[in-house]
Design a protein around this ligand. Structure first.
Ligand SMILES: NC(=O)c1ccc[n+]([C@@H]2O[C@H](COP(=O)([O-])OP(=O)(O)OC[C@H]3O[C@@H](n4cnc5c(N)ncnc54)[C@H](OP(=O)(O)O)[C@@H]3O)[C@@H](O)[C@H]2O)c1
Length: 271
C-alpha cells in the first residue's frame, strides 16, 4: 500500500506561505498542513481556501515555542508517521529587535528542523524560505564571511556564531565588528549556511535516503512584511513550488526565477 504524502508549511496563514499552501493544494499529491502561531488566523486562512475548493489541514505552530513544535511533531508522527515536504517559511521582517529576529528566523527554523527531521521520509524535501538578504556578501566583514563558509563549520558552531552576533548587538558593537546593521540579514545568512550544513549531514551520513534541502529567495513580494513588494504572493511562491513539485537543487540557493545563485558570489546584473 502506498503511503499518502504529507507536506507542512510554517507561517502559512498569510503572505507567501499561504500562496505556497494554495499551490500545494492544487498540485501536491497528499495532505497539506497550513500552520499558524495564532489558531484563529490559521483557521480563517483554512476556511478561505476551503471556500475556493481546497482542503488543507490545520495545526497550530509557533516556531519559537518548544511545546508547540513538539505538539506538531507528535501529532504528525501519530497521524501520518512521516513527512515528505517541509517548507520553513515563518519569519519576521526587519522591524523587531535583533534578539526577536534571530530567535524567530534562525533559531525558530532550526527548532522545527530538529524536531521534524527525524520524521522525514526517504526522498523528502526541505525548503527554507530565505531572502536576497541571505547572500553572504551582505555581511561586510571578510573575517566573518570566512567563518560562515569555513568547511569546518557545523550546526553547533554556526549556533555559536549567531549567539556571538547577539552578544555584539547587546554590547552595541555589531557594526564595528563587521556584521552590518541588519539583524534580518544575519538571520537569513544563517539560514543559508544552515541549509548547506544540513544537506551536508544528510549527504554524508545517509546519502541513500536522498533528502534534499534548498534555500529560496522568493523575490520582492507585496505582503504585510514588505508593503512595497512588486510581485504577487503567487509569484513569490513560484520557486518554492517548483522545488517542491518538480526540481531538485540539493544544498543550493535558488532565486525567485528558479535559477541557482552563488551564495558567496556577486549578484549577476540580470538579478
Ligand atoms: N515579502 C518579501 O518581499 C520577501 C522577500 C524575501 C524573503 N521573504 C521571506 O518570505 C517568507 C514569508 O514572508 P512574507 O512576506 O509572506 O511575510 P508575512 O506576510 O509577514 O508572513 C510571515 C508569516 O510568518 C508567520 N510567523 C512569524 N513569526 C512566527 C512564529 N514565531 N511562528 C510561526 N509563524 C510565524 C506570520 O504569522 P502571523 O500572521 O501570526 O504574524 C506569517 O504567517 C519569510 O521567510 C520572509 O523572510 C519575503
Amino acid at each position: 500500500m502506498q503511503t499518502r504524502k504529507v507536506a507542512v508549511v510554517t507561517g502559512s496563514n498569510k503572505g507567501i506561505g499561504y500562496a505556497i499552501v494554495k499551490g500545494l493544494c492544487e498540485n501536491f499529491f497528499g495532505d497539506v498542513y497550513l500552520t499558524a502561531r495564532d489558531v484563529s488566523r490559521g483557521q480563517r486562512a483554512v476556511e478561505n481556501l476551503k471556500h475556493i475548493g481546497f482542503l488543507p489541514l490545520f495545526h497550530q505552530l509557533d516556531i519559537v515555542s518548544e511545546t508547540s513544535v513538539k505538539d506538531l511533531k507528535d501529532y504528525i508522527e501519530k497521524e501520518h508517521g512521516g513527512i515528505d515536504l517541509l517548507i520553513n517559511n515563518a519569519s519576521v521582517g526587519t522591524s523587531g529587535s535583533a534578539e526577536d529576529i534571530i530567535q524567530i528566523n534562525y533559531f525558530g527554523t532550526l527548532r522545527v528542523c530538529n524536531a521534524l527531521f527525524p520524521l522525514l521520509r526517504d526522498n523528502a524535501k526541505v525548503i527554507n524560505i530565505s531572502s536576497s538578504a541571505g547572500r553572504l556578501q551582505r555581511i561586510p566583514s571578510t573575517e566573518l564571511r570566512a567563518k560562515f563558509k569555513d568547511p569546518k563549520l557545523n550546526v553547533a558552531s554556526l549556533n555559536e556564531l549567531m549567539k556571538t552576533y547577539l552578544n555584539d548587538v547587546k554590547e552595541n558593537k555589531a557594526v564595528e565588528k563587521g556584521w552590518g546593521d541588519s539583524p534580518y540579514v544575519v538571520s537569513k545568512v544563517g539560514i543559508n549556511a544552515l541549509t548547506i550544513l544540513h544537506q551536508h549531514v544528510f549527504d554524508l551520513e545517509k546519502p541513500y535516503r536522498n533528502i534534499s534541502i534548498t534555500s529560496v529567495h522568493p523575490g520582492y513580494v507585496k505582503t504585510d512584511m514588505n508593503k512595497k513588494g512588486t510581485l504577487t504572493t503567487e509569484e513569490g511562491a513560484k520557486a518554492a513550488l517548483y522545488l517542491a513539485l518538480q526540481a531538485e537543487f540539493k544544498g543550493k540557493y535558488v532565486w525567485f526565477d528558479c535559477q541557482v545563485i552563488d551564495w558567496d558570489g556577486v549578484l549577476p546584473e540580470s538579478k
